[in-house]
Ligand binder design. Structure first.
Ligand code: GLC
Length: 747
């Protein structure tokens, strides 16, 4: 197809309007002014109220600042215990209290690094980040954040250290479970909901880890090299949306470097982009132990030093922190202006005001039934049905009499695993428990361990034989396997696989699960595999032999119940993959084109913008399961989209109908393809989506708005976003590879 000649490019900085047809533009400007006048008229009290409160706070901050001594200011910009930073009691300024983690409030550490184990610190173990994102439901993101904020408040925390939103660049990153996706647009939609949910509870969220912390190997010092286009188009947009739309109050700098400078105090990232371009007014805290100098860090934009005592354990001396006595000396000597410290204290006080630390907070709640039901809802919508041959699922409770439940993950509790995101929940429903709860007495459930979760454990023929025998005798066999956070969760250093501080060694099923699954499916073709874990696993050995495959992520304290509801059809699955599942690790772009894990000093993101489906679809590499893939027990019909393209924007209107026999929810995904550009662009990019629930036969009209950013790319020569006019394809589908309808437009 002869490409549309690239006409004049239209340059604009973020937020600048495009000068095109004067007449149209005039109409647009007139309409916009009228609409915004009306909006202000109706919203003025609220807007004025917020502004007034903000002005009051700023005035109070300035008056507090004037009263503080230099020592008191210095005290505020560094930790004085494992998770708190110093306050100024004399002036009524409390300590700032932080707590992990992204999917629940961590057990108490008190003021050192040992778990208190005094009890009373259980909290709702919500599904992990990747399972939340797999719901593709921003409203659930808000509900999730609300539960997290409420529980943090109850436990006396001011800042909850989440969400983690680093891009899933490689399937091997040990913390993919904590994060959300390979796609920045999906991340931005899910993170904004989560942050608003937390902060509407009067608690601050902490956006992490800013940025480029996409592997755990050599995380504390590795230098990431990436192009400006990869930075702007892939790795920053989720953070930008969280700051500019989510108004996140705090940001946590990452351990690694970008282009030679530690990210936590990287002048380009923190001062120029975060605080400059994005206008971030909150505080930047370091990851724990991520500050390695005084002057460079003070000037590089870090505001709060946390966790440096990790290097001083067992006798931490908080005066030795880089932002403590050494900082005091530099200000006293005049090498650092006091105004540099003032700005940091100002930001910390601003967060304190936003977190209602100077006034009354509404009470929180924790580990309540309501919170558990939110966790279950997230699990119900985040668990993904990957394969359903011969419609083996859902199981029919009247015809199925016996089920063999096989696999150590079937009765394993995962909450305390994973590293800093660990949770001590009041309970955790395992898959086995969930199936037993729902099966009741009229279905016989027989459990076999099948494999052992232990360091270097291999296939155990005796366990496999027992599992195969049980499968043979049953109507259906359900193997619950996949990844784990490590081995013994009570031992801090027994982590591995899906855990902080570790990357997976490969994508192979650990503990001899491939042999187990092959033996089970040989004994009974009616086999379903349920995978726990934070991302892809190599299933080539059995994917074409088994009938059903479910990706469960780590679905939280109600996960077993949600899984059982899906298996028995009480819930119609609607989860969608947020990360491409490659057939083999070597198909993955970071491994094929890029570099992973680097040489412990540097890692070059040579795959550039071709991360995830942007790579698989552009380079025509077939994945095992595509980004955005997830099956339902019903089916949906996509109507032809009606597109109105004008003023370098497009509105897409289309019908979606449930043409099956069960109610269900579909995630309608809209991808954009630039047919001709002056730079290489991905085959398609996700630029809109909507999740819609439909009764059998019901149809709904959906409207998607694609603004100019949806068609633009970042030109790293002009250092601006650019929209090159021409032809674009609008691709609408049920996954990145299951495009149902498409349309061509010209801008
Ligand atoms: C850890 C993690 C970070 C966590 C912090 C406090 O090293 O990287 O996510 O919030 O330290 O535990």
């Amino acid at each position: 197809m002869s490409g549309w000649p690239v006409r004049h490019a239209v340059w604009y900085a973020p937020g600048q309007t495009i000068k095109t047809n004067k007449i149209i533009m005039k109409n647009v400007i007139v309409r916009t002014c009228v609409l915004s006048a009306l909006w202000l008229l109706f919203n003025r009290p609220a807007v004025q109220g917020q502004q007034q409160a903000g002005n009051d706070a700023e005035a109070k901050i300035e008056s507090l600042l004037k009263k503080m001594t230099l020592e008191e200011k210095i005290g505020m910009i560094h930790a004085n215990s494992s998770f708190t930073s110093t306050g100024v009691p004399r002036l009524g300024i409390p300590e700032l209290t932080t707590s992990d983690g992204p999917h629940g409030v961590r057990p108490e550490h008190g003021r050192d690094w040992e778990l208190d184990n005094k009890g009373g610190d259980s909290s709702t173990y919500l599904p992990v980040g990747i399972t939340l994102a797999s719901t593709w439901n921003p409203e659930l993101g808000y509900a999730f954040g609300s539960v997290l904020g409420s529980e943090a408040k109850y436990r006396g925390k001011d800042v909850i250290l989440g969400p983690g939103i680093n891009i899933m660049r490689t399937p091997l990153n040990g913390r993919n479970f904590e994060y959300m996706s390979e796609d920045p647009y999906l991340i931005s939609k899910m993170a904004v909901g989560y942050i608003k949910g937390v902060q509407d509870q009067g608690i601050s969220a902490s956006l992490k880890h800013f940025m480029g912390n996409n592997q755990e190997i050599s995380r504390s010092g590795i230098n990431v090299e990436m192009s400006e286009r990869a930075l702007r188009e892939i790795y920053l947009p989720g953070f930008k949306a969280a700051v500019m739309e989510g108004n996140v109050n705090t940001v946590m700098g990452s351990y690694n470097k970008l282009r030679g400078e530690y990210c936590t105090y990287n002048d380009y990232l923190i001062n120029k982009i975060l605080k400059g371009e994005w206008g971030f007014k909150g505080l930047v805290m370091s990851d724990w132990g991520a500050i390695h100098s005084t002057k460079e860090a003070l000037l590089g934009g870090a505001d709060l030093e946390m966790g440096t005592d990790l290097s001083m354990l067992p006798n931490p001396d908080y005066n030795k922190f880089y932002f403590a006595d050494p900082a005091l000396k530099l200000v006293r000597s005049g090498e650092i202006a006091e105004s540099v410290i003032d700005d940091k204290v100002r930001r910390i006080l601003r967060v304190m005001y936003k977190t209602h630390m100077f006034d009354k907070r509404t009470p929180g709640a924790y580990a309540t039934k309501e919170h558990a039901m939110v966790a279950r809802k997230v699990a119900e919508e985040g668990i993904i049905l990957l394969q359903n041959k011969k419609n083996i699922l859902p199981l029919n409770k009247t015809t199925v009499k016996t089920i063999a439940v096989i696999g150590a993950n079937a009765n394993r509790e995962n909450a305390m695993g994973g590293g800093s995101s660990q949770i001590r929940p009041p309970y955790e429903v395992t898959p086995l428990k969930g199936l037993q709860n729902l099966a009741g007495n009229n279905i016989g459930i027989h459990f076999e361990q099948g494999y052992t979760i232990a360091r270097n454990a291999q296939a155990d023929p005796a366990l496999i034989q027992k599992a195969a025998d049980a499968a043979k005798k049953a109507d259906v066999a359900i193997v619950v396997g996949g990844w784990t956070h490590g081995y013994d969760y009570n031992k801090w250093d027994d982590n591995a696989f899906d855990a902080e501080g570790f990357d997976k060694p490969d994508m192979n099923m650990p503990f001899g699960q491939d042999e187990l699954i092959s033996a089970v499916v040989k004994a009974n073709p009616n086999t379903i595999v349920v995978l726990y874990g934070g991302g892809p696993i190599d299933m080539t050995a059995w994917v074409n032999k088994v009938k059903g495959i479910i990706q469960a992520g780590y679905p939280g304290l109600e996960g077993g119940n949600a899984l059982a509801e899906i298996i028995f059809g009480d819930v119609n699955p609607s989860g969608k993959l947020t990360m491409t599942f490659p057939k083999k690790l070597e198909d993955s772009p970071a491994h094929k084109l890029g570099e992973y894990p680097g040489d412990s000093i540097n890692v070059h993101y040579k795959e550039d913008i071709f991360v995830g489906y942007r790579y698989f679809d552009t380079y025509k590499v077939k994945p095992q399961f595509a980004f955005g893939h997830g099956l339902s027990y019903t089916s949906f019909k996509y109507g032809k989209p009606l597109i109105n393209a004008a003023n370098n924007m497009a509105t897409v209107t289309m019908n979606i109908q449930n043409v099956g026999s069960k109610a269900g929810a579909e995630v309608v995904q809209v991808y954009v393809k630039d047919r001709k550009a002056s730079v290489r662009r991905p085959e398609k990019e996700l630029k809109a989506f909507q999740k819609v629930t439909l009764q059998p036969g019901e149809a709904k009209l959906l409207t998607f708005t694609l603004n100019k950013e949806a068609f633009s790319f970042f030109d790293d020569k002009q250092m601006q976003w650019v929209l090159e006019l021409g032809e674009f394809d609008i691709l609408v589908g049920s996954s990145s590879q299951d495009i149902r309808v498409r349309s061509r437009i010209k801008l």
